[in-house]
Design a protein around this ligand. Structure first.
Ligand code: ATP
Ligand code: MG
Length: 369
């Protein structure tokens, strides 16, 4: 199997920019992995290092049993699709698809079979005689994908391949890429800065910032058990609310913004005691906030003033000011709250996250983070 292994890879460019720092990661074969993080965090550089378009400053890259970081790009058996895809305008779709195989002197009959196969998979079989100028943006994008995957390499790399498409086309292409992966089961690394795209496409997310990995896990793990405050606020829209609280070791209670006190479950109190710091960050997802009914048993309750509401159709965002901190709640749109009114909110114990105020790391530390 062709597992991909990055071992302590760093890349410093000539201008001194440290684009990738001590990057270690194993991607088992096959996996649909998504590299996600804000602009400039080093995603493209990681792909280029893997494809052989950049040399690492230090570290090793392995594909299966072969160390590949010093191999020429064409010997690595990796296909890459860039953000800007250029089709040959004077060639038909069929010729664009077959071009790479012809260069490799693949027998004509094999080329035809493969072109038909790929065109069928990407739903462009009816377009083979057309030129790129006669296609829609989405059709052109599918031809570009087809051109990359027509070979059967060990790994596919996609660098923001959908960024030039409109929202609807992106959705259908996302579906196409997932479907394609399910059919071919060839390890694919997909790069995006869009957290929604990352969550919907990926089997495995690699969340990066500043050239470093913050967390590796399934979309569910990264969303529900973020390893640090960066991942907590990067994934999710609106992001997780992060509130400063003070832990009182003597009774195991937390003082929340606005002055209310909260007694976390015994198990959490024990973890916070072990953490041993007074200042902690409490994280709450907007959708986990409920209006308090007054009969809550345990859980976190806080009172604040409704500053603003934003209807989103099915849901509504409610901005609440609590002791100087602003909290965003996501509630069912039928829920009656008005800007200017007071509101008491509650959060179930199991939905409260804790992070170190010093390092931002989750308490307890998440496995895989
Ligand atoms: N050839 C280069 N020479 C010098 N610095 C570079 C070079 N390529 C990238 N960088 C820098 O390295 C860092 C990482 O760049 P990279 O292109 O990998 O980011 P990215 O995560 O792909 O961002 P985006 O989402 O904007 O595409 C950035 O600070 C960038 O300016
Ligand atoms: Mg990039």
């Amino acid at each position: 199997m062709s597992d991909i292994r990055f071992s302590r890879i760093s890349k410093t460019f000539g201008n001194g920019v440290e684009a990738v720092l001590d990057f270690s990661l194993v991607i088992p074969s096959p996996t649909l992995a998504v590299l996600v993080g804000p602009s400039g965090c080093g995603k493209t550089t990681v792909l280029r290092l893997l494809a052989g378009l950049e040399d690492p400053t230090s570290g090793e890259i392995w594909l299966g049993d072969t160390r590949i970081d010093a191999l020429e790009p064409r010997k690595r058996d990796i296909a890459m699709v860039f953000q800007s895809y250029a089709l040959f305008p004077h060639m038909t779709v069929g010729e664009n698809l077959s071009f790479g195989l012809s260069l490799r002197k693949t027998p004509k009959q094999d080329i035809n079979t493969r072109v038909e196969e790929i065109a069928k998979k990407l739903d462009i079989a009816g377009l083979l005689q057309r030129k790129p100028g006669e296609l829609s943006g989405g059709q052109r994008q599918r031809v570009a994908l087809g051109r990359a995957i027509i070979r059967e390499p060990k790994v596919y790399l996609f660098d923001e391949p959908l960024s030039s498409l409109d929202a609807k086309l992106r959705m259908s292409m996302r579906y196409m890429i997932k479907k394609l992966y399910n059919e071919v089961r060839t390890t694919t690394i997909y790069v995006t800065h869009d957290q929604v795209e990352a969550m919907t496409i990926g089997e495995l997310l690699i969340v990066m910032q500043g050239g470093k990995i913050h967390q590796v896990g399934t979309p569910e793990e990264c969303y529900h058990r973020p390893g640090d405050t960066f991942v907590a606020s990067f994934l999710g829209s609106p992001p997780m609310n992060l509130l400063e609280a003070a832990f009182d070791e003597s009774d195991g209670w937390l003082s929340m913004p606005g002055g209310e006190r909260y007694e976390p479950k015994q198990a959490y109190a024990a973890l916070l005691r072990r953490h041993g710091r007074r200042s902690v960050i409490v994280g709450i997802r907007p959708e986990d906030i409920k209006p308090a009914q007054g009969d809550e048993h345990g859980g976190l309750c806080m009172k604040g003033a409704v500053v603003l509401t934003e209807p989103l159709g099915y849901e509504k965002l409610v901005h609440i000011s609590i002791g100087g901190a602003e909290v965003i709640a996501k509630s069912h749109s039928g829920f009656a709250v008005e800007a200017g009114g007071a509101m008491r909110i509650s959060v179930d114990d199991s939905n409260v996250h804790f992070f170190s105020a010093e390092t931002g790391r989750a308490i307890p530390e998440q496995a895989g983070a």
